[in-house]
Ligand binder design. Structure first.
Ligand SMILES: [Zn+2]
Ligand SMILES: [Zn+2]
Length: 194
C-alpha cells in the first residue's frame, strides 16, 4: 500500500470511528507504529485529526464551543481569508477572526493550545501557525483588527509581499511578543469583549 493510500485509509477509519488507537491502526494497516506516526503528520498539519493519548481523534469541522462563527476574542465575524483556528484539548476549537486575534488568544492560552492553524495570505492554504510568517505594519488594510497581522506560509512570499506593501516579518514567537507590545502601547485598538 502506498503511503498516500494508507493516509486516506486512516482518514476513513477515523471519520468512521471518531477516535482510534495508534496500535489499532498499525495492526489494521500492517505497518509499524512509527510508520503510522509518519502518516499522521500531514493529517495533523491539515487540522483533520488531533493526537490524543496513544491515539488520534477526528477534528470536527464545526466549532461547537462558539456561537455564530464569531471571533472568540473580539466577536467580529470570522474573516474568510484571515481566519485563525485554535485547537484545544477535548476537541475544543476556537476561531479567531484574523491573525491579530489569533495571536492575542494564543498568548492567553499558552501551553493549553494543542495546535493552531492559519491561512496563507496569498494562496489561502491552511498551515500550522507555529510555522507561519507573520507580517505586521503593511500598507494594505484588510479591514479586520488593528494592529493588523497577515500570515504567510513561505518566508520568500512574505518578503516579496513587503517589498510591495511594506511591513515587517516575524516568526510565531516573535509575533506573539510583538502583538503584546503593540497592544500595550496603543489604546486605540478594540478592546476584548471578555
Ligand atoms: Zn477578532
Ligand atoms: Zn480580526
Amino acid at each position: 500500500m502506498l503511503p498516500i493510500e494508507r493516509i486516506n485509509r486512516i482518514k476513513e477509519l477515523v471519520e468512521d470511528k471518531q477516535t482510534i488507537k495508534i496500535s489499532e491502526l498499525s495492526e489494521v494497516l500492517n505497518v509499524s507504529e512509527m510508520t503510522i506516526h509518519r502518516d499522521l503528520k500531514p493529517l495533523i498539519n491539515d487540522g483533520i485529526i488531533l493526537k490524543t493519548f496513544g491515539g488520534i481523534s477526528l477534528v470536527e469541522n464545526k466549532p461547537h464551543t462558539q456561537n455564530d462563527n464569531l471571533c472568540i476574542v473580539c466577536s467580529r465575524a470570522i474573516h474568510s481569508k484571515l481566519g485563525y483556528r485554535i485547537i484545544l484539548p477535548n476537541n475544543k476549537i476556537e476561531m479567531a477572526c484574523c491573525g491579530h486575534c489569533g495571536l492575542m488568544r494564543e498568548y492567553q492560552l499558552g501551553d493549553q493550545v494543542i495546535q493552531s492553524m492559519c491561512q496563507d495570505f496569498l494562496r489561502h492554504t491552511t498551515l500550522s501557525a507555529k510555522l507561519a510568517w507573520f507580517v505586521f505594519d503593511t500598507s494594505i488594510d484588510m479591514g479586520c483588527c488593528q494592529p493588523q497581522v497577515l500570515t504567510f506560509e513561505r518566508k520568500d512570499h512574505a518578503e516579496k509581499f513587503i517589498k510591495g506593501f511594506d511591513g515587517i516579518i516575524k516568526s510565531f514567537d516573535e509575533a506573539l511578543n510583538l502583538i503584546q507590545e503593540k497592544m500595550n502601547l496603543s489604546h486605540s485598538c478594540h478592546d476584548n469583549n471578555d
